[in-house]
Design a protein around this ligand. Structure first.
Ligand SMILES: [Zn+2]
Length: 298
């Protein structure tokens, strides 16, 4: 596949992530330690030195593509969100979804699993799937989204149902014809999150579909190439997160997601003011390429 400079640069970002994962695995370091180690190496080598290292690995790119850009929101008329669990949409892209709604873009959210394993204490998981569906409906209503699909695959087991789930996503692609898809970044330690990106790639292949993809961050932070200011939307995102009461009992999402990650994402380009979400933007072909490279490297 011939790659543009932008795609080469995205590969550079990906390889950075792979190094983080590999350093963590081989050196028995935590991801945070591995990230610090990688950052120290980059600082020692400098960006150009790092780039030379990557060039030796056969990856070409320009160092300016390391830098993410700030955009108002992606251009789109029909947005599809793939959420492996019934809260990932809010965590990963809740603020930007409000922007799409405010711009009168159509938005569909497809929840791929039932979220029924979303309790550490399994004895409390009775009827959790139904409870989480109701929470997702309330949260989506706060964001202004009413078009929801619940696929209901078993939580934690999406990787066993990639073919069936891809078929259902492919039907949405044909019927709804989205021009932008939000999905989890594929390098994620939650197997359902990783499987969701694979579902998208398989669905694209089934119906020969190509559109823009924005990969969002849920559990591990990603190396983003788009930053979007959500300061004016963050109150709605906060309210939507609070709708996920079953999950809030276990994780203080408001602090972790909004006051943690979304505050942090204003670092640098937004001068530390307000709140932001960050994304890795590419198209379906490049997403397929990334997943293939990651699977080869793992
Ligand atoms: Zn999730």
């Amino acid at each position: 596949m011939a790659l543009s400079n932008l795609q080469n640069a995205q590969t550079v970002q990906l390889v950075g992530w792979m190094l983080v994962a590999r350093l963590g695995r081989e050196g028995n370091m935590s991801k945070l330690q591995a990230l610090r180690d990688l950052r120290a190496k980059v600082q020692y080598l400098g960006a150009e030195g790092m780039l030379n290292f990557l060039l030796k690995m056969g990856i070409r790119g320009k160092s300016e593509f390391f830098l993410p850009t700030v955009i108002e929101r992606p251009e789109a008329n029909r947005v599809l969100v793939l959420a492996p669990h019934p809260d990932d949409d809010v965590i990963g892209c809740g603020g930007v979804l409000v922007k799409h709604v405010q711009a009168q873009d159509e938005v569909i959210v497809a929840y791929l699993t039932d979220g029924s394993r979303g309790m550490q204490d399994l004895r409390r998981s009775m009827n959790l799937g139904a409870r989480r569906k109701a929470e997702a409906e309330r949260a989506a209503a706060v964001l202004g989204i009413r078009n929801l699909r619940f696929f209901g695959f078993l939580d934690t087991k999406l990787s066993l149902f990639v073919d069936d789930c891809s078929q259902m996503v492919a039907e949405i692609l044909v019927d709804y014809n989205p021009d932008l898809i939000y999905l989890p970044f594929p390098l994620d330690y939650n197997p359902d999150h990783k499987a969701a990106a694979e579902v998208a790639v398989e669905a694209f292949a089934m119906v020969d579909y190509l559109c823009n993809v924005f990969a969002y961050e849920i559990a591990p932070p990603i190396l983003p190439n788009r930053i979007i200011d959500i300061t004016d939307q963050v109150d709605l995102k906060r309210q939507a997160l609070l709708c996920h009461k079953s999950q809030m009992e276990q994780n203080d999402y408001v602090n972790v997601v909004i006051e943690g990650l979304d505050r942090y994402r204003t670092h640098g380009l937004l001068r530390g003011k307000g709140y932001a979400e960050s994304y890795f933007a590419c198209d379906g072909n490049y997403l397929a390429f990334l997943i293939k490279r990651m699977n080869e490297a793992m």
